[in-house]
Design a protein around this ligand. Structure first.
Ligand code: PEP
Ligand code: MN
Length: 263
């Protein structure tokens, strides 16, 4: 179902009115983790003004250490809904367990499947039974073929609203957190009719690489970007080292919009 052989035209995924695919560019921005309500609303307003068309924030966080902050849980989903009410931005958040699927169907506009859950087949099957748009992140050691098959798991259940997200893969390189596989853009677009977006934040793991990788993504023909942004990155509850400030994000968006016009 994800294969272009059976669906020549590019699919356009409708995220509560925000269309993604072909000519429609997704700009998903926000903090790694959902934090205080007032801060999230203030950030959401800035991001929208700068050109974001969706707001991201993790309420359930897949942290490497069990002692690290695990997310606000359902309280985080409540806060995301306040951000949506105040800004009108559709909400993207990661679902880690089928236990919360009903809460996510009710509260978010896009269910994010994290890199660590790309092959959690029970989770993919459960999401396949909903009609929510899905942001399917590439597993850090997954081949593109495996990634396409994960989309197939969602679509086999009847949910065709899948967006791929390349977020860097594990290589021998240690200068960056992961290695951004920009080639995923043309490969996936050749193999599939579904949109593919780039997350330079988790690929780079460091702030200063994000603008150049975001620009590379646009020129490679990606259908969107997911970028972590925080008002005060030094004090972010997670992934602060790879967050842009709102000012940096705004500056990047000006360049991105220029490139999108050229492209
Ligand atoms: C995230 O988006 O904050 C995240 C944990 O991403 P990934 O699953 O790509 O590591
Ligand atoms: Mn993160």
């Amino acid at each position: 179902k994800a294969n272009r052989q059976f669906h020549e035209d590019d699919s356009v995924i409708d995220i509560d009115g925000v269309k993604v695919g072909a000519e429609n560019f997704l700009v998903c921005a926000g903090p790694c983790s959902v934090e205080n309500e007032d801060d999230m609303v203030a950030l959401g307003k800035k991001l929208k003004a700068a050109g974001a068309n969706t707001f991201r924030g993790g309420a359930f966080k897949p942290r490497t250490s069990p002692y690290a902050f695990q997310g606000l849980g359902l309280e985080g989903l409540r806060i995301l809904n306040v951000v949506k009410e105040e800004t009108g931005l559709p909400i993207v958040s990661e679902l880690m367990s089928t236990d919360y699927i009903d809460d996510f169907v009710e509260s978010v506009d896009v269910i994010q499947v994290g890199a660590r859950n790309m092959q959690n087949f029970d989770l993919l099957k459960a999401i396949g039974e909903t009609d929510k748009p899905v942001l399917l992140k590439r597993g850090m050691s997954a081949t593109m073929k495996e990634w396409l098959m994960s989309a197939e798991y969602v679509m086999a259940g009847g949910n065709d609203n899948v967006i791929f997200c390349e977020r860097g893969i594990r290589t021998f390189e240690t200068a960056t957190r992961n290695t951004l596989d920009i080639q995923a853009v043309p490969v996936i677009q050749k193999e599939s009719h579904l949109p593919i977006v780039i997350d330079p934040s988790h690929a780079a793991g460091v702030r200063h690489l994000i603008p150049s990788m975001a620009k590379a993504a646009v020129m490679a023909g990606a259908n969107g970007l997911q970028i972590e942004v925080h008002e005060d990155p030094e004090n972010a509850w997670s992934d602060g080292q790879q967050c842009l400030t709102p000012d940096e994000f705004e500056e990047l968006m000006q360049t991105i919009n220029m490139l999108l016009d050229i492209e």
